[in-house]
Design a binder for this molecule. Structure first.
Ligand SMILES: [Zn+2]
Length: 284
């Protein structure tokens, strides 16, 4: 059945056996902007979008100017037609992702399943307020036993300052488990090895790799955090262009965003896996 749907999708885009089938989906989505709304709906139905009956449209790959509030997570993604709820087959929680990200995740999920791997999304898009909630909880715990700058650095081993999380962008997902050790043995290792081998074919890359090996700055290794790079890279470029550390504000400890020992944009927002720089195209 899924093959039939894939074929049907290809018919409207190109053709079932056309070598161009391996073109990036991003390009396909772009070209679909020229097609009718009905065609877009067909494209989206293949991605199993939640239980919502609302028709959604896919944004083209290339973003023009992204609003500052969107870069900073200060918008309501639940009311944004560029976002959809992920299907209950991928997650037991109510999680939203950008439509194109969800479309590619669906393809990755199905490929993984064929190899006996079950991917589960445990976190997706988060707003500024959601990230602030996480931050405030950790702040309250840490500030009791250390000074402010130490508390900030302790939280930032794994958690972002509100406004600087890639989860604001709708492009990044946490998969299966939030412990690195889970991915080191047994089922977890099988999942991780599969992702390392295959996720890039769908545009997903591990964002926070092993700092001891790569010497990158910022957060510690997160084997669970994967980013849909064709869009997140554009967000990162625009974040660097339009956001400065003074825009990171309105939470406890936010004054340290510009502190040289933190320098959140240089060290954390840009402290990512450098493979991101090498691989832009999604092939499938
Ligand atoms: Zn994450």
């Amino acid at each position: 059945m899924s093959k039939l749907i894939a074929c049907f999708l290809s018919v409207f885009l190109l053709s079932c056996n056309n070598e161009n089938e391996s073109k990036s989906l991003a390009k396909v989505v772009q070209s679909s902007e020229l097609k009718t709304l009905e065609n877009k709906d067909i494209l989206l139905q293949t991605a199993s979008f939640g239980n919502s009956s609302t028709k959604k449209t896919v944004k083209p790959k290339n973003f023009e100017k992204i609003e500052k509030n969107i870069l900073l997570g200060k918008f309501d993604y639940k009311k944004d037609s560029n976002f959809s709820i992920v299907s209950s087959k991928y997650s037991s929680k109510t999680i939203y992702l950008r439509n194109e990200v969800l479309l590619k995740f669906d393809q990755m999920y199905n490929a993984a399943l064929k190899d006996g791997i079950k991917l589960v999304i445990i976190s997706g898009t988060r707003s500024f307020n959601h990230q602030k909630y996480i931050w405030d909880r950790k702040w309250a715990k840490n500030i009791l036993k250390m000074d402010s700058i130490s508390a900030v650095k302790e939280i930032m081993k794994y958690s972002s300052m509100p406004s600087t999380s890639r989860h604001h962008w709708g492009t990044d997902i946490d998969l299966n488990n939030l412990e690195n050790s889970y991915f080191e043995i047994g089922e977890g290792k099988k999942i991780f090895d599969w992702l390392v081998e295959n996720a890039s074919k769908y545009g997903f890359h591990m964002t926070y790799d092993n700092q001891e090996e790569t010497k990158r700055t910022g957060y510690k290794m997160e084997k669970w955090h994967w980013s849909y790079m064709p869009i997140s890279e554009q967000f990162l470029i625009q974040f660097n262009e339009y956001i400065n550390c003074e825009n990171i504000s309105s939470f406890k400890g936010s004054k340290f965003a510009c502190h040289p020992k933190v320098d959140v944009i240089k060290n954390f927002v840009n402290g990512i896996n450098t493979d991101f720089k090498k691989i832009i195209n999604v092939t499938e």
